[in-house]
Design a protein around this ligand. Structure first.
Ligand code: SF4
Ligand code: MG
Length: 335
């Protein structure tokens, strides 16, 4: 398969007084070239921790305690483990292979530099053969890709609207044609109309340029429109991973079902807004069994003492005893 990234058993801990707290536990998934993978979860589910670890942006006290992030370069050759890479080799991959748009993207532009000059800097740092004039042309072209007129390149960030700054930041992330763009809630600060426009642009650019995206958000409805597949995180683990349409039509994990039912349908009148009663468990004192048991309407005895592993369910995966593959097999076997 055309794998771009293979995340294997990624575990991130926060050191402090007492035992380290695991914010992200044994996370594994693969990302295909050109694929948009959404990662959804409530705050504290480990989704931001996961992407700061996989892009190596985490700072102490967060430490990657285990796991690998294998990046397969487009030109072939052995995969590169981003977790083990030196800072210097990692910097060489940033922008050109892997770029990042963070939650505070709107404020990621330098307020005292002209918008276009920031593109020129990035472009010329990574391609020393590019002249200043060529880089300015490219800056204007890139701004055009996200619907910002060329004359804005000479302006300062504060002269752009919030939505435009957001789009400019995305264009900047694409400047050096990365294979992967990691986005953490990049549209939370803009209104819904602008959010839809930005997502439509990301989809169009992905079609034209072919980069893959890992997109993290608490908003499942947004991922249902944007992502090819969705990973649902709860208490630091992936609890379900499936195609977007499957997450929408036939979620397997009770938490995924609750999340889906918490949001109004996209193109239909609001019929249900059930939400999920209760709050996620304290990561410092996780229960022994399923971390969702206290909130789960289907919890049974086994759930309270045995952690359900993430198991394959066809081409999807779910961590719930209701979908235990052994039970499933015995149900299907003639008795
Ligand atoms: Fe609910 Fe049990 Fe499944 Fe956990 S394992 S989600 S408690 S049914
Ligand atoms: Mg976050």
């Amino acid at each position: 398969a055309d794998v771009l990234l293979a995340v294997e058993g990624l575990t991130v801990e926060y050191a402090g007084a007492g035992d380290p707290v695991r914010a992200c536990t044994d996370v594994s998934f693969t990302l295909r070239r050109g694929e948009i993978l959404g990662v959804v979860g409530e705050s504290g589910s480990g989704k931001s921790t996961l992407i700061t670890a996989l892009t190596r942006l985490q700072r102490p006290p967060a430490v990657t305690a285990a796991g690998r992030v294998l990046y397969h370069p487009r030109e072939g050759g052995a995969p590169i483990d981003l977790v083990a890479l030196s800072g210097r080799r990692l910097r060489a991959l940033r922008w050109t292979r892997l770029s990042i748009v963070l939650q505070s993207a709107m404020d990621a532009l330098n307020p005292v530099a002209r918008v276009g000059a920031q593109f020129v800097d990035v472009l010329r740092t990574h391609d020393r053969s590019m002249s200043r004039a060529q880089a300015w042309d490219e800056a204007r072209r890139l701004l055009g890709l996200v619907g910002i007129s060329a004359d804005r390149a000479r302006g300062f960030p504060h002269e752009l609207s919030g939505g435009m700054r957001q789009r400019a930041t995305i264009a900047l992330a694409l400047a050096c044609r990365p294979e992967l763009v990691v986005m953490d809630e990049p549209t939370t600060a803009v209104d819904v109309v602008m959010q839809r426009q930005i997502l439509a642009q990301v989809l169009r650019l992905r079609r034209e340029l072919g980069f893959a995206v890992v997109f993290v958000t608490h908003d499942l409805s947004l991922l249902l429109e944007l992502a090819d597949r969705i990973a649902v995180m709860y208490a630091g683990r992936i609890v379900e991973l499936a195609a977007s349409h499957e997450i929408y039509r036939s979620p397997l994990h009770p938490y995924t079902r609750g999340l889906r039912d918490s949001f109004p349908p996209l193109h239909a009148p609001v019929e249900r807004l059930e939400g999920i009663p209760g709050t996620p468990p304290d990561l410092k004192a996780l229960p022994p069994g399923c971390p969702f048991a206290a909130r789960c309407p289907h919890a049974f005895d086994r759930c309270r003492h045995e952690l359900p592993p993430l198991s394959a369910h066809g081409h999807r995966a779910v961590a719930c005893h209701l979908h235990d593959p052994d039970l499933r097999d015995s149900e299907e076997a003639p008795s």
